[in-house]
Design a protein around this ligand. Sequence first.
Ligand SMILES: Nc1ncnc2c1ncn2[C@@H]1O[C@H](COP(=O)(O)OP(=O)(O)OP(=O)(O)O)[C@@H](O)[C@H]1O
Ligand SMILES: [Mg+2]
Length: 354
Amino acid sequence: MAYAAPKLLKLFSFTDSPDFTLDDLFEAEKAGKIPNFTGRRKSSWTLPQIGAIGEQFGFLAKPQKPVVITSFITKGGVLKSTLVLNLARMAALHNIKTCVVGLDMQGDITAALGCQQDLENASDLHEALTQLSAIRGLPEVMFQKSSPLDLIVETDIPQLSLIPETPELVALEQSLTLKIRREFWLKENVIEPLKQEFDLIVLDASPNWNQLITNALAASDLLLSPLECKINNFRNLKMFQSFIAEFKHDLQLQFDHFYIPTRFSEQRKLSREIFDWYQSHLDNCSSIPIRESVAGEEASALNQSIPEYSPSSPVALEMNSILKMIWNRPVFRMAEGQKSKMLSEGGSYGAFVE
Ligand SMILES: Nc1ncnc2c1ncn2[C@@H]1O[C@H](COP(=O)(O)OP(=O)(O)OP(=O)(O)O)[C@@H](O)[C@H]1O
Ligand SMILES: [Mg+2]
């Protein structure tokens, strides 16, 4: 896909800023500070070129040390995987080396990152099955002693990789229950090796609490929890908060936690009231919601982030603002030395109330 200069300006939310204009972008191209136009359309770039531009002029900085993020809450269909897709694609478009690890047997993020796209185009069942069996996932680390680095699948963005979900995740989850130090298997065997290669590791969780989730949380620096602006989320939230607090306490974990209101509908009074309630009762909640939107749904259907698909839509500008807020969490600004010092002193990443 070609990215024309005006679209790129919007992708990185420069339309907000009078400090960076179309002329600045053209000048940078002419001066060789960013890749030359090679897109098929006039004054445009191809997708693999965008990272070098995002790195220089975008709004997401490479973290000082690798950061691990999990998207999880005990509620289905609240945009957990959508958040992973947006965060991971936008980070990669800033040249941040990103690996998504799928932990949901439904396989939504694996499909969204295009891992199974070729299967649909296979000429017959035999070819499709051969291709399918070639997809290897995390269970190989447990059962075949493979390195997680050997399981990585590339995507359409050069800086974005994936460890795909496979049906054998069920067996992995089961066998984790029998392990000693079972909550730390993922951290020690998967995440630590990935940190050698990646700046950002994003875990997509299923909505139900299981061993893969506890492993994801034990390996994470930051938990992102999408909170639907809907009434049935209220009861669930209370339960979830106490679960997380207890789990953190029992395992002595220190991860940061940030809630993101989702499926916000400005026209509906109840939705507005629920959003306001989140704002006044949670001090670790995004002040900007992801709104219920057709552009959001269409972006997901095309496996793109919202800013890529519809960069001038309100939902895209809001998504970029949410990403900026996530990048403002302490873990992105903290060097490894500070992090371990803080942990050894029994501190947490900030004054967050569970
Ligand atoms: N801004 C949006 N507004 C409305 N719908 C959206 C928006 N963004 C994405 N969607 C749609 O919501 C659907 C569900 O989102 P998603 O798969 O991210 O939820 P989830 O929490 O990961 O679900 P699950 O619990 O099944 O894993 C997506 O398939 C997409 O079609
Ligand atoms: Mg999901």
